[in-house]
Design a protein around this ligand. Structure first.
Ligand SMILES: [Zn+2]
Length: 533
């Protein structure tokens, strides 16, 4: 923090404060980032160590990256009346719930930075995912937003960027002045969303706009291919939100579907609109869209194939097929140690080539101890989620060893799976990681010397990947119905916390859309005293 405080005080000397000039010549905007998505059904707690922490200026390393912070930086650093105050950034791969002591440490680290800067800043940009969950706090982002609000007072605008899989809670809405939400899935508009949030924040800072947030919750959880925004019906719903935002009738509009694996009280799907106009039009829009979403809930479910049928399909195929193991998708918060697909293929006597990935720290360590070329006897899988998976004994050759470091193809952010090994046995090639990382692209295959196109069956531990990565060239993509803490077979998961009834967890759910309206105002005069408050 030392260097940040020094650089801030220098900035303050150069820039006349609003008190001196009587008009607001410069807005200081504090950047706070706290991102993680969890599955409540993953038995492995995550910890502080899983986060990449950026204090002060090291947040600026996201300049030019396709991340929300990267996009917000691009807009705000280009504005002549803004000084960016990089505060604290924490981002983690998806995982199990955050351990209580880790959440205590993380939230206190963040709020300390807010305390240090609260008096000097004029607004806050808060980059969150929205689907965090800690052992002792089921609405971490709401807690943070409320605690930041307490510290900065009522008159400094705070705007969030959110993932469409986030759970936007009443507490989050009440503590902030607006937000921007992703429009794409598989996601690629990270920077664009950060930029939209930043432009909204600028408008609020310059014009002191009063806003209404219109929120219509929908008791439905959805999965499946209709959620792919380029081709699916969910994309058409988001088009309507985008059109409303682009027309200027709304400052922001979105349709969030939550992360169905984050079992928290306000888990739901919801239409949300931020407007600076009379909320009647936004209310009509949101209620109508919510009704349309509800009417289409049945088709927005995953079309899954039994393992037996998927194997039969792979046997009959003339080209490569993809086995999507959405049930064990680390990017949705699972443990990554499911061996159900490779075990099923092996038990069925499948003989074509199979490529897969798995988290198994002991097997990776054994391979590193033995060295390249060695043959080792190891248990593969079932290392973490022991209730769902059982270890599978293999005699494998260590084909390659690596440090497990890579970079996501889309966002170019770093991945660290720890010591990693490529093991081969029979017709199987399996990349074994020491810890889970997002596996929704090809990064961890490429960085371990493997090209998926060379295999007959490729296991993807994700519900989806960008089209060109697999779907463009595989003969068939089977979403295989097997157990896992992120299974698209939602009723099998065992939600206990989310508000009920909820489709498709409960039968016979009825619904009539009803908007809630949250109003936020900014005192016009606060402008003059803001920076020196
Ligand atoms: Zn997401």
């Amino acid at each position: 923090m030392q260097s940040l405080l020094i650089s801030l005080s220098k900035t303050a000397q150069v820039m006349p404060s609003s008190k001196e000039t009587g008009v607001h010549s410069v807005f200081r905007i504090l950047f706070i980032e706290c991102m993680q998505e969890i599955s409540s059904f993953n038995p492995v707690l995550s910890s502080y160590d899983k986060f990449r922490i950026d204090r002060g200026n090291s947040m600026l390393q996201q300049r030019g990256l396709n991340t929300a912070v990267g996009g917000a930086l691009q807009v705000l650093e280009a504005a002549s009346d803004v000084v960016v105050v990089p505060g604290f950034g924490a981002r983690s791969d998806s995982a199990g719930p955050l351990a209580a002591d880790s959440w205590a440490r993380l939230s206190s680290d963040i709020l300390k930075v807010v305390d240090q800067n609260a008096a000097e800043i004029d607004g806050v940009y808060l980059s969150v995912h929205g689907a965090m969950g800690a052992e002792n706090e089921l609405d971490p982002e709401g807690y943070l937003a409320a605690e930041i609000r307490k510290r900065i007072g009522p008159d400094k605008p705070m705007v969030m960027s959110l993932d469409l899989h986030g759970i936007l809670t009443a507490r989050m809405i009440e503590a902030t002045n607006g937000f921007a939400i992703y429009y794409t899935y598989p996601h690629h508009d990270f920077a664009d969303t950060g930029a939209r949030a930043a432009r909204l924040l600028l408008k609020l800072l310059r014009e002191r706009t009063a806003t209404n947030v219109v929120r219509v919750t929908i008791p439905a959880l959805v999965r499946g291919h209709e959620l792919i925004t380029e081709t699916g019906i969910y994309g058409r719903f988001l088009d309507e939100c985008k059109a409303l935002e682009d027309s200027g009738e709304a400052l922001a509009a979105g349709l969030m579907i939550g992360n169905p694996f984050t079992d928290v009280p306000e888990l739901c799907s919801q239409v949300v609109v931020v407007t600076d106009r009379d909320p009647a039009a936004a209310t009509a829009f949101a209620e109508k869209l919510a009704a349309k979403f509800w009417a289409n809930r049945d088709i927005m479910q995953a079309h899954m194939t039994s393992l037996e049928d998927a194997i039969a399909g792979a046997n009959a195929a003339t080209g490569s097929v993809l086995f999507s193991d959405a049930a064990d998708a680390p990017s949705s918060g699972s443990s990554g140690d499911s061996n159900l697909l490779i075990k099923g293929l092996r038990d069925a006597g499948f003989t074509k080539s199979v490529l897969a990935q798995i988290v198994d720290p002991a097997a990776a360590a054994a391979a590193h101890r033995a060295g390249v070329g060695a043959t080792i006897e190891v248990d593969l899988g079932g290392a973490l989620d022991r209730k769902r998976f059982t270890p599978m004994r293999v005699s494998a050759r260590v084909k390659l060893l690596s440090d497990g470091k890579s970079r996501l193809e889309t966002m170019k952010i770093s991945l660290d799976a720890g010591p990693t090994a490529v093991l081969t046995f029979e017709n199987f090639t399996v990349v074994v990681f020491s810890q889970s990382v997002s596996l929704f692209d090809r990064a961890m295959y490429y960085s371990n010397g493997i090209d998926p196109v060379e295999y007959d069956v490729i296991v993807l531990k994700s519900p989806h990947a960008e089209h060109h990565m697999y779907d463009a060239w595989v003969e068939k993509n089977y979403v295989v119905d097997v157990a896992g803490s992120t299974s698209a077979n939602l009723p099998t998961l065992g939600h206990t916390v989310a508000a009920r009834p909820m489709f498709p967890l409960d039968l016979g759910v009825t619904y009539a859309p009803k908007a809630q309206i949250y109003r936020s105002t900014l005192t016009p005069d606060a402008n003059r005293d803001g920076a020196a408050a």
